[in-house]
Design a binder for this molecule. Structure first.
Ligand code: PPE
Length: 319
């Protein structure tokens, strides 16, 4: 599906129209992948739209910048405000937010030090990442022939645009071979993650997920699920996962901002458990959806209202 036009995009402190949200072809990030970004969801709650774990996403973005020695010309508070204003300016309730920090236009050549650090925040409506049926039916996936990057090549904890060339290899290969998604192993052969999701396994009522050292992104949803699952009384263990454990797991599911909690029903054409969403996955999914919809008390302060203090009514569009 082609991109559906949105009204406003925030670029370096200014709200610009969709048609004017352009950059120069010599932008450093376009040539060398020198950008970092976030993906954040805004959900409809009873008290108005709220951004899920906005502070944690922005913290990760500033961490990514630190790893790549990028000095962001806006404070986290300013970027946070920009995120809220983009949702407001587009009159969105339920949407996906995409802040991006990138090396801009000055000169080409690998060394980016003279290139400005530019910031933009966009929002759009994004439906179900792995298909509408996926949340209930589960998805069919393969183990990718591509590995996740080695730890001393691309830092996995930085959500850098360049990392997504690896994700593209994984995702494209899966699609061409008739799978919805791929699971990448790390360079040591242990389970790492999907092209855009963290992964969890259930075996004998214990929930397992690869540790940060297995070249995974420190997913915000991953952290959310670890906490919610523990609150439900499940044992959650971060541990190295050999590939074959995928095939004999009772349940497997993906987590991510875009993918939310998506069950995996087969891996390499081998049924996972009964070949459909398992009971623990379903329970955790329910808990997650109840939390993001504000149907349970926000005990961790994870929801930031888009219209603080004016929850019941959307203000008129300004500018
Ligand atoms: N691993 C990868 C490689 C990844 O890209 C994501 C998010 C995750 C794990 C889960 O992280 P979190 O969203 O913090 O729980 N992928 C984002 C981008 C997807 C895209 O296609 O673009 C997302 O889910 O927003």
């Amino acid at each position: 599906m082609p991109f559906e036009e949105v009204k406003k995009i925030w670029m370096n402190g200014r709200m610009v129209d969709f048609a004017d949200a352009k950059i120069h072809i010599f932008t450093h990030a376009l040539h060398y992948g020198s950008g970092v970004f976030e993906g954040i969801r805004t959900y409809v709650t009873k008290t108005g739209p709220a951004v899920f774990r906005l502070d944690e996403h922005l913290r990760r973005m500033y961490d990514s910048c630190k790893i790549y020695r990028m000095d962001v010309p806006f404070t986290p508070a300013e970027t946070k405000q920009a995120c809220l204003e983009v949702v407001q300016a587009n009159d969105f309730d339920d949407c996906y937010l995409r802040p991006l920090v990138y090396r801009g236009f000055h000169s080409l050549g690998v060394n980016p030090v003279n290139c400005p650090v530019d910031v933009m925040v966009a929002a759009w409506r994004w439906g179900k990442y792995l298909g509408a049926e996926a949340l209930e039916q589960g998805v069919d996936v393969r183990v990718s022939s591509w590995n996740r990057m080695a730890p001393n090549t691309f830092p996995a904890l930085a959500k850098a645009t360049a990392n997504y060339m690896n994700s593209i290899l994984i995702r494209q290969e899966a699609g061409i071979d008739g799978y919805t998604e791929g699971i990448a192993l790390d360079v040591n052969g242990y389970v790492s993650e999907g092209s855009g999701e963290n992964i969890f396994l259930v075996r004998d009522d214990r929930i397992l997920t690869p540790p940060l050292g297995a070249s995974v992104l420190a997913g915000i949803t991953r952290d959310t699920i670890v906490r919610l699952a523990r609150d439900l009384g499940y044992e959650v263990v971060e541990t190295l996962i050999p590939r074959e454990l995928l095939y004999i797991a009772d349940e497997v599911f993906f987590t991510g901002t875009a993918a939310e909690v998506t069950p995996v029903r087969s891996i390499d054409r081998i049924k996972v458990g009964a070949g459909r969403r398992g009971p623990i996955t379903e329970r955790i999914q329910k808990e997650y959806f109840a939390y993001i919809a504000g149907e349970v008390p926000d005990r961790y302060n994870w929801l930031t209202p888009v219209y603080a203090g004016r929850a019941a009514r959307k203000p008129a569009l300004v500018g």
